[in-house]
Write a protein that binds this ligand. Sequence first.
Ligand SMILES: [Fe+2]
Length: 205
Amino acid sequence: MSDLNLRARVAPADPVKLVPDPTTGTLTGSNGRYEKRLTDLEGLYRDEAAFFASLKDDDGAPVYWVESSEVEPGPGGLITGISVLEPGRVGAEYYMTRGHLHAEADRSEVYTCVHGHGVMLLETLDGRSEAVELRVGETVYVPGHWIHRSVNVGQERFATVFVYAADAGQDYEVIREAGGMRSLVVADGQGWTTVPNPDHVGYRG
Ligand SMILES: [Fe+2]
């Protein structure tokens, strides 16, 4: 049987149109959502006193959420979605996502900023650390083998549209085991900067 015939036997999935609304942080056409509240994020921020103080004023609204679309779950498919982070800080640290390494570590990802002003914090297991600033219309390509986390360093919601391989998966433990990421994204009085995280003990591997 020719390659052409083999290909013809696969029933292609239907195309999907996705419409992000950066103001409301929604993605019309998506089929999945998760959200994280402050109470879900204990241990993420270094300043425990500031964290528990901010819980007192917490209204229970999500700090960040992701709406995503998975159409083809196999290795050839892509997951696309919107990631939305509210503005705010715990102590000196800006609101951020937990961050992860892809479980299939060589899978890459693309993020395009569609609202606000943020930073993609990127680190490798062998000690490289980079903070890529993103404003509306700007894209960062996150190569495989880079741990990545979004940080909102602006005054409004920071929203990105992302695309990554459907079989990538997420490993969140790699950051927790290391005592957090190597760098912290903090306010310095003028804006944002990165400082070394004193609790970081190095990544496994
Ligand atoms: Fe990712």
